[in-house]
Design a protein around this ligand. Structure first.
Ligand SMILES: N[C@@H](CCC(=O)N[C@@H](CS)C(=O)NCC(=O)O)C(=O)O
Length: 211
């Protein structure tokens, strides 16, 4: 599988899933500012929205949308146990993937991290953050994972929470969330992805500064 990714973007969740499964993949870095891959290819021809992640599956299909990609990867690598096998477990996984994607990533973090979202959009996102982090905090209190074991929703949540400080949210306001995140960042697959993408992120920042 090929993963189109950008450093420290939500695409890191799929990298974590591959590392967790010990699976090989091809990682194609995208500069979402220029809409090109680092090799110079037109990424808008791959995803007209210019967004990562995009997955090229083993069959050659192009798949967008993080929640869909994570479920695809979890299904293709069943030995890693990244998604529950039973019906209720799968429903709960979809529930958390949707929550992380729509309620946290898009509703809260996207406006707060945007360089062009107007102040009103940012204020609205800050209002939304409270009840969503409260819900997450109640669920994570005393639990190591969102479900019974580490899965793709944990990978996605681990990545989204990395953005908390940059988004201007105070992680101390939700100690259970902070404790969960601190622990998950020590998981080898997560720590490796963060370590490797940090190097790529710094290189990206340097390229942008020089442009
Ligand atoms: N709905 C998409 C959103 C993906 C998304 O927001 N990707 C961000 C990085 S986390 C991105 O590529 N932003 C660049 C842009 O929107 O130009 C998904 O869930 O995969």
């Amino acid at each position: 599988m090929d993963l189109y990714f950008a450093p420290f973007a939500c695409s890191m969740a799929t990298r974590i899933a591959f590392y967790e499964a010990g699976a090989e993949a091809r990682y194609i870095e995208v500069d979402t500012k220029t809409g090109r891959t680092l090799a110079g290819d037109d990424f808008l021809a791959i995803n007209p929205l210019g967004q990562v992640p995009v997955l090229r599956t083993d069959e050659g299909w192009l798949l967008t949308e993080n929640a869909a990609i994570l479920q695809h990867v979890a299904e293709r690598l069943p030995a890693a146990g990244l998604m529950p096998e039973d019906g209720l477990g799968r429903d709960r996984l979809r529930e958390w993937l949707s929550f992380v994607s729509t309620e946290l990533h898009k509703a809260v973090f996207t406006p707060l991290l945007s360089s062009w979202a107007p102040d009103g959009a940012k204020a609205f996102a800050r209002e939304l953050a409270g009840p969503r982090f409260d819900r997450l905090s109640r669920h994570l209190d005393g639990r190591p994972f969102l479900l019974d074991r580490f899965g793709v929703a944990d990978a996605y949540l681990a990545v989204v929470l990395i953005w908390t400080r940059a988004a201007g949210l105070d992680p101390a306001a939700w100690p259970a969330v902070r404790a969960w995140h601190k622990a998950i960042l020590e998981r080898p697959s997560v720590a490796r992805a963060v370590r490797e993408e940090r190097v790529l992120y710094e290189a990206e920042q340097a390229r942008h500064a020089a442009a």
